[in-house]
Design a protein around this ligand. Structure first.
Ligand code: SME
Length: 152
């Protein structure tokens, strides 16, 4: 699937989940992204609770980081700046919190509702520099759809 097809599929999933069921939507979205993009080896969604990011649905190996303070990690950096972060070589980034020894690169995309960060999409790849502007465009589009559905 290309980027617009994935975004359309997520709209359809959201429509089919009536009454709105945000937990199921997030779980379906992580599965869809993992299935459609072979370089997405770990796909998860963190939700902001107070000043901590709490791990929600994910696909991949269990992570030791199921709660991340806003000041920690690549995840904390993306949430506290409300900006997408792409790290081409996680071993060279002092902020990085390791989830798996195989991970080489990471992208974290904030989910913003009415300008406020409510969560984020976190994806790890076993390939170095796996994430391009195409991934960023796709995932920012996904984050916008999720933001519109969260809290409905
Ligand atoms: N690598 C992240 C932690 C989450 S795991 O990748 C699942 C970080 O540095 O914040």
């Amino acid at each position: 699937m290309d980027n617009p097809e994935i975004l359309n599929s997520i709209h359809v999933i959201a429509l089919l989940l009536r009454p709105p069921d945000t937990g199921s939507l997030l779980a379906e979205v992580v599965k869809l992204l993992h299935r459609e993009r072979p370089h997405y080896h770990w796909v998860g969604i963190y939700l902001l609770e107070g000043d901590e990011l709490v791990l929600g649905p994910f696909v991949g190996k269990p992570s030791p980081h199921d709660r991340i303070p806003l000041g920690k990690g690549i995840c904390g950096a993306a949430a506290s700046t409300a900006q997408t972060v792409i790290v081409d070589d996680v071993s060279a980034d002092p902020r990085y919190l390791a989830c798996s020894l195989e991970t080489r690169s990471e992208i974290v995309v904030p989910i913003k509702r009415r300008g406020q960060v409510v969560g984020e999409i976190d994806i790890d790849s076993d390939q170095p520099a796996a994430f391009t502007s195409q991934d960023q465009d796709l995932l920012e589009g996904v984050a916008d759809i999720l933001a519109a559905k969260m809290g409905d």
